[in-house]
Design a protein around this ligand. Structure first.
Ligand SMILES: [Zn+2]
Length: 276
């Protein structure tokens, strides 16, 4: 019954997690976008909503206070959540927490470096997240299942479209600043090259290797996720005459992010075949 009340408040476009209004919260904007697709009219509280770096983020006391009043939190598996989730369980034992998708490599220290935590940058990741979020909501409101089915159909349609559009570039490489698109690359048979190296500024040796790759792969642009990242990519891009295209993987509509990524890859690769 309590969940039914929660859902009624959600459907009435409640403000983000005020003391008197039961509501929902998400760690990242793409998760909030999925929430809003499943429960039209809802306005989730989003923890990382101002371009902060998710890899080094910590919520403010104010955010924590607002979050602790929410009825549901969608976690993203980020480092700060290791401390946050137990705290939320203490502050609000009734809160439902949707865990981040399982990290297949979490138990394998050697592969930790290889694992890409940006699970929503491919269709299967978006579908899994939508289903995980829908499950607790649908217990109280079966209409969520209808919204989920429609959302799943739109993900599958986009996936089919991108598969056709990206097929000509199978095996080829695209260049990004921050490596957030490993899942996308794997899904569509592409290779991701990144300027950022082990989470930091690139060494001269790394850039020299990339310079060779840009030339032999026929790469024409760099994908950067923000203006500040574009500024960091600029010297390298200018030295090779590369364009910079902004695609923010933390955008609120993960389907639009997939489409923008495909557009950028097409723009990078459609003019120039790789040298044999
Ligand atoms: Zn990232």
């Amino acid at each position: 019954m309590r969940r039914l009340v929660i859902f009624a408040a959600l459907a009435a476009a409640s403000a983000p997690c005020r003391a008197t209004e039961p509501s929902v919260a998400a760690c990242l904007p793409p998760q909030a976008g999925i929430l809003a697709a499943l429960v039209p009219g809802t306005a989730p509280l989003v923890l990382i909503d101002r371009g902060q770096n998710p890899h080094s983020f910590d919520p403010s006391p104010r955010q924590l206070a607002a979050l602790s009043k929410c009825d549901l939190y969608v976690a993203a598996g980020l480092p700060f959540e290791k401390a946050l989730l137990p705290r939320l369980r203490t502050l609000n034992p009734a809160m439902q927490i949707v865990p981040a998708p399982a990290d297949e490599h979490a138990h394998d220290a050697d592969e930790a470096d290889e694992h890409d935590p940006h699970f929503w940058t491919h269709p299967d990741g978006i579908l899994a997240e939508a289903r995980a979020i829908a499950t607790p909501l649908a217990e109280a409101a079966p209409s969520v299942n209808t919204a989920l089915a429609a959302y799943e159909a739109s993900v599958r349609d986009l996936d089919a479209e991108l598969r056709v559009r990206l097929a000509p570039y199978k095996g080829r490489a695209f260049l990004v600043y921050h490596p957030a698109w490993s899942h996308f690359a794997e899904e569509y048979g592409l290779r991701q090259l990144a300027i950022e190296h082990h989470g930091g500024a690139p060494s001269a040796k790394h850039l020299a290797g990339l310079t060779d790759a840009v030339r032999t792969e026929g790469i024409r642009l760099v994908i950067a996720q923000s203006d500040s990242e574009a500024a960091r990519a600029r010297p390298f891009a200018d030295s090779l005459g590369l364009d910079i295209r902004l695609v923010n993987p933390l955008g609120r509509n993960p389907l639009q992010v997939l489409r923008d990524t495909a557009n950028a890859i097409e723009a990078s690769l459609s003019h120039t075949p790789p040298t044999p």
